[in-house]
Design a protein around this ligand. Structure first.
Ligand code: PDD
Length: 279
């Protein structure tokens, strides 16, 4: 792990108990895919990271190019070929007080990397995952990739306890926003790929933005609009996207089978083609 300037064994790595990330979840994070030892879509991840820091007025702890070097180095030291790299930046260490600390506090930086067996993802993708729906109960600033994820933790746990893999939030108007750790998509019976616009209610996913490029290049019809769980249940296909899952087919929502009950051809094709369009 990289912790505030030092590379350490994970077992020895630790942060101060008065870190605001620990006490207030006053921080932001990124998760990037590692594929063949390389970090996927770094420029977009770094741009989103910079935006998240700006929205929370957390200082950039080092230039983005240096952060990128650290992330590559943690991946290299852990010999990760396939997996993820996690980067977290908190506002820093200060005596507990809700308002920002007076004076300049150094933000804390933690980077870890972990191998994920690609066979596991392939297995899930071949079977397709189930989702449940839960009422949207998060703050309106879900566009910020904040480490304050308690509602997401509870939603994911609810999914697990229901025998599902992901939970989709449904807003007060009855529309799906996104998953607890992924963006939500459907494919209509007419073959249109649909996902919610990133103007409100969702994190602007990097996988989502790359997939939009892929859809355009592959000339697959695409609509950016909100959809309901009922529309998803009656759709031809559904899937989720995230750096940790790429394109993952969804075969059931709240116990209703979607399409054939098997991963759909569009989702599987997009999963297969994804890295052609990733940087
Ligand atoms: N989650 N929406 C939410 C709430 C997320 O947490 C994520 C990613 C996404 C997809 O974003 P991206 O395509 O940039 O990964 C959408 C990461 C993987 C996580 O928290 O582990």
């Amino acid at each position: 792990a990289y912790v505030n300037g030092r590379y350490q064994d994970m077992r020895d790595a630790s942060v101060n108990i008065e870190d605001r990330g620990y006490q207030f979840a006053d921080g932001i994070y990124e998760v990037c895919e590692v594929r063949g030892g390389k970090l996927v879509d770094m420029p977009r991840h770094l741009a989103r990271l910079q935006r998240s820091l700006g929205e929370l007025r957390i200082a950039e702890p080092m230039p983005l190019s240096a952060l990128s070097v650290v992330m590559h180095e943690v991946v290299r030291r852990n010999r990760v070929q396939f997996g993820i790299v996690y980067l977290q930046i908190s506002r820093g260490v200060a005596r507990r007080d809700h308002g920002f600390p007076a004076g300049s506090v150094k933000p804390s930086v933690v980077v870890t990397a972990r191998t994920i067996n690609p066979a596991k993802g392939a297995e899930n993708a071949a079977r397709g995952i189930k989702v449940i729906t839960v009422p949207e109960n998060r703050w309106p600033r879900v566009d910020i990739k904040s480490t304050a994820l308690l509602p997401n933790v509870l939603a994911k746990q609810a999914a697990r306890e229901a025998g599902a893999y992901e939970a989709w939030y449904v807003d007060s108007d009855g529309f799906v926003t996104e998953g607890s750790s992924s963006n939500a998509w459907i494919v209509t019976k007419e073959g249109r790929v649909v996902t919610r616009p990133d103007k409100s209610g969702i994190l602007s996913g990097i996988t989502r933005s790359v997939l939009k490029d892929a859809l355009e290049a592959l000339q697959i019809r695409f609509e950016e609009r909100a959809f309901t769980p009922e529309e998803a249940a009656g759709a031809a296909e559904a899937f989720v996207t995230a750096a940790s899952m790429i394109v993952m087919p969804v075969v059931a929502i709240d116990g209703h089978t979607i399409g054939s009950g098997k991963p759909g051809p569009v989702a599987l094709r997009l999963r297969e083609q994804f890295h052609r369009f990733a940087a």
